[in-house]
Write a protein that binds this ligand. Structure first.
Ligand SMILES: *Cc1c(COP(=O)(O)O)cnc(C)c1O
Length: 429
């Protein structure tokens, strides 16, 4: 299968090339050139269902035959679906059992396992550039740490990530370089895009991205929607509907893609924080990117969601998006806090601030709407990553073993101005 750029100005490429390039040469994002029909896939374990899905997209590529081994390597932790004791059916898809306790581990580990297996003839080192609003960088650093022949440079907005996130971004060393950028996440993302277009840098290293713009992040995320929707249909006889905490829309576009190839998915709700470019687009029909606003759900502080291009390449305007059963909400910080407190009291669960936007979205639905679908909240991170927000609301949060280990490592990073020149000099180019 081939992949085409959303901007239509560069040649179609195969699966491996799309993974290595990250961004298409014309500045667009790769999307599938066609959609396989996977409606006959049967329920099974995540690595198996994931290999059916991703394998269909990698058909004909050098990596194609290796996909089952890659999904077994990458998805070596569970993604359980739990049932909550609510009056209407309510489930939680827990995506925080990986090494850095957020859903970004799925994509990062898949990408690392894939890149390590792509045969390369290029003599330049392979450098992965990652802009992170909090969780991506840690997941990518963990997944690529000590992979021979691959360097990783992580850019995060100085002072805008939580202390625990910062520790995960800066505790690696060796082949991982961590840079605190004096600016916002949007500045970090712009720097990565500028570096990709910089001919000088490209003569020295082969650049690749590991952001949610990389196809190798998107497809593995579709895998947990595929596997969990099959399991939910087997149990209930109905399609699954998801409420997804959203920022750059990588997680939600993955869900849309899983539905597009025939997995039993009905409604998809995009739960945003106070950064409301997407909810406003669906309400008004016009998409207006804007500067990001800092919120408690900081991994969703995105004013200009990059995966909007992918969504619009499939569903070209707001009417098409709404017609396809998608909707969006915007949840402010006060409501995030209230929801964490309320659901801790009601269900005995503790949400991270991101997951709380999904829980609040469900709580605001009418009883009729809650009863009409098999709603599944997507829990994107473990609450222990956001103790400073969560503990004043619900008391002590247990730190899982994987996070505890990372917290004990020494931290090191450099601070840079938000310019390409500063980035070049920090990486010695
Ligand atoms: C990245 C992230 C999100 C937002 O996901 P997108 O794919 O950018 O929409 C939500 N929650 C957490 C915990 C995250 O790390």
């Amino acid at each position: 299968m081939n992949f085409r750029s959303t901007r239509g100005q560069s040649p179609d490429v195969g699966f491996s090339a799309a993974l290595l390039q990250g961004l298409a040469p014309d500045g667009g994002l790769y999307v599938p050139g066609s959609w396989p029909d996977l409606s006959a896939v049967t329920p099974g374990a995540l690595p198996v269902v994931g290999a059916s899905l991703i394998g269909a997209f990698a058909a004909g590529d050098a990596l194609g035959p290796q996909i089952p081994a890659i999904t077994r390597d990458a998805f070596d932790f569970p993604a359980p679906v739990r049932v909550l004791p609510a009056a209407e059916p309510l489930r939680v898809l827990e995506l925080f059992h990986g090494p850095t306790a957020a859903f970004k581990d799925f994509g990062a580990r898949f990408l690392a396992a894939s890149m390590a297996r792509i045969p390369r003839t290029d003599k330049r080192p392979l450098r992965i550039l990652v802009a992170t609003s909090g969780d991506t960088g840690g997941a990518v650093a963990a997944a690529f740490h000590r992979r021979p022949g691959i360097e990783v440079v992580v850019l995060f907005p100085k002072g805008l990530v939580s202390p625990a996130q910062q520790q995960q971004l800066t505790c690696w060393g060796e082949n991982i370089t961590s840079l605190a950028v004096r600016g916002s996440f949007d500045d970090c993302q712009r720097l990565v895009k500028e570096a990709f277009l910089d001919p000088l840098l490209r003569t020295r290293v082969e650049l690749s991205s590991a952001n949610s713009i990389n196809l190798g992040r998107l497809l593995p995320q579709a895998a947990y929607y595929a596997a969990s929707s099959l399991a939910i249909r087997a149990e209930t006889g109905q399609k699954a509907s998801y409420i997804i905490p959203s920022g750059n829309l990588g997680n939600s576009v993955a869900c849309v893609w899983a539905r597009q190839v025939g997995f039993p998915i009905d409604r998809i709700v995009l739960a945003h924080n106070a950064n409301r470019a997407v909810p406003d687009f669906l309400a008004t029909g016009s998409f207006t990117p804007r500067p990001s606003i800092p919120t408690l759900a900081n991994a969703m502080d995105v004013g200009h969601p990059s995966n909007m291009e992918r969504l619009l390449s499939l569903l070209p305007d707001s009417a098409a998006v709404l017609g396809a059963g998608l909707s969006a909400t915007s949840i402010d910080d006060a409501s995030i806090r209230d929801r964490i407190r309320a659901d801790h009291a009601r269900f005995g669960v503790t949400w991270c601030p991101h997951t709380a936007t999904a829980a609040e979205t469900w709580a605001r639905m009418s009883v009729a709407e809650r009863s009409a679908h098999q709603w599944t909240l997507v829990a994107t991170a473990h609450p222990a990553k956001f103790r400073e927000t969560v503990e004043p609301l619900v008391g002590k949060v247990e730190i899982p073993e994987n996070l505890r280990r990372l917290y004990e490592l020494p931290s090191s990073f450099r601070e840079i101005d938000p310019t390409l020149a500063a980035l070049r000099s920090a990486t010695g180019d």
